[in-house]
Write a protein that binds this ligand. Structure first.
Ligand code: NDP
Length: 283
């Protein structure tokens, strides 16, 4: 590091587990950018003062993770329309007046799906969950023009609230009973598990994969360990994808927003894969 080294980072609580430093530092090195990316553990009550202080100290850009994405959107001096739509920011970009907020989570998932040749336009999609990640993903699917979007959540009122925010005609909010209903399942092209069930604390009802299309794609936002949802989908012969591709692409999009340069994707993927392997071995 030199006096000219620019500082980037990630705000979260906790944040020590984040794999973004490994991925972004590898990207800066590969792109020959004199910059460093560090984790900043920040309690909710200190978020505003931390963002102000990091701006005053000249920090060039930030990622934001759980539980601060909604609050970060409120502290941003301006919001990209996709961050405004879902009410959350995962990326803060330095401007003359302060940090502007964007949200690359949904676009990151779409990029990961595109790598599997899945284009959402005209497709039937089921999202399980209605939390922060489901919100950014749902808005991205609506923008991409899905034929239908069903949001199934343990607390149906949250699913209802989410679909109201979409202002999209082809949406339906429901509870987890939908995961067993042939009428819902048989039309689907994609199921995305946006719940935190893979982290423990409960399980989803078993999905009746037998009634789904053989070409159904099943995606879990969780990465690093196989979820029960993906294990069951795989056992039923359905194609599966975990959340590592979304993590990679949301980070690559943030890198481009900060630097104006194309992200060195292969290097970032390699760094992320190694970091996931190390994190899994430690568990
Ligand atoms: P939130 O806490 O905002 O939302 C959690 C969701 O899970 C809610 O819909 C909640 O339902 C549901 N849920 C929790 N426990 C259960 C249960 N026992 N049964 C059924 N539903 C349950 O979490 P996030 O949206 O921020 O994160 C969700 C997952 O996505 C995490 O695993 C996270 O690691 C992952 N993620 C991955 C990213 C990536 O880049 N790959 C990016 C962001 C998140 P209810 O409303 O009823 O409480």
């Amino acid at each position: 590091m030199r006096g000219t080294t620019r500082v980037y980072g990630i705000l979260g609580d906790p944040v020590a587990h984040s794999l973004s430093p490994a991925m972004q530092n590898a990207a800066f090195t590969a792109a020959k950018i004199d910059a460093v990316y560090v984790p900043f553990p920040v309690a909710a009550e200190s978020l505003g003062t931390t963002i102000d202080g990091l701006f005053a100290a000249g920090v060039a850009g930030l990622n934001v993770t759980v539980p601060h994405k909604e609050a970060a959107a409120r502290y941003a001096v301006a919001l990209h329309p996709r961050a405004r739509a879902c009410g959350a920011a995962n990326t803060l970009i330095r401007t003359a007046d302060g940090f502007a907020g964007d949200n690359t989570d949904g676009a990151g998932l779409l990029a990961a799906l595109a790598e599997r040749s899945f284009a959402p336009r005209g497709r039937h999609v089921l999202l399980i969950g209605a939390g922060g990640s489901a919100r950014s993903v749902a808005h991205a699917f609506a923008r991409a023009g899905v034929a239908s979007l069903t949001v199934a959540n343990r607390t149906p009122a949250r699913a209802e609230e989410l679909i109201m925010s979409l202002r999209y005609r082809r949406v339906l909010a429901t509870d987890l009973a939908a995961l067993r209903e042939a009428e819902t399942l048989e039309q689907l092209d994609l199921i995305v598990n946006c719940t935190s069930t893979a982290l423990g604390g409960g399980a989803l009802p078993t999905i009746r994969f037998a009634v789904t299309k053989p070409r159904l794609l099943c995606c879990d936002l969780m990465y690093g360990k196989p979820s029960r949802f993906l294990a069951q989908a795989k056992a039923a012969g359905r194609t599966t994808i975990d959340g590592s591709g979304m993590l990679l692409h949301q980070g690559a999009l943030a890198f481009t927003l900060w630097t104006g340069k194309r992200a060195p994707l292969a290097v970032m993927r390699q760094a992320l894969t190694s970091a996931i392997r190390r994190a899994t071995a430690r568990r």
